[in-house]
Structures are given as C-alpha cells and as structure tokens.
Design a protein around this ligand. Sequence first.
Ligand SMILES: [Zn+2]
Length: 62
Amino acid sequence: MAVPKKKISKSRRNMRRSHLALTVVNSVDCPVCGESKLPHHVCNYCGMYNDKQILTDKSPDA
Ligand SMILES: [Zn+2]
C-alpha cells in the first residue's frame, strides 16, 4: 500500500525488505559437457538428457 515515504521509519522499511533477498539457484554439472544446468532439465549447451540427444541444431530455438 502506498504511504508517504517519510511516514515509514527505517526500521519498518527494513523489516518489510527482510523478505526480498534473492536465493541461490540450485544447479548441477552436466555429466556430458560439464556445464552447469538445472537439475532434471535438458542441458542448454549440449542438449542431452538421460544420455539421449533431446535438442539438435535443427530445433527452432537452439
Ligand atoms: Zn551438457
């Protein structure tokens, strides 16, 4: 809710922002090419998942 800036004390402002911190994204190393990728996701670099080639050069967004 919008409130004039000076009505909010530094303490209240900082308490509100205590939940805004970013969290670290979990990642694993691709077993094929070694690049970091999200777990249970196709690797963006080599297109492999579970020892299968999922993405090829011909795919539209590759
Ligand atoms: Zn890979």
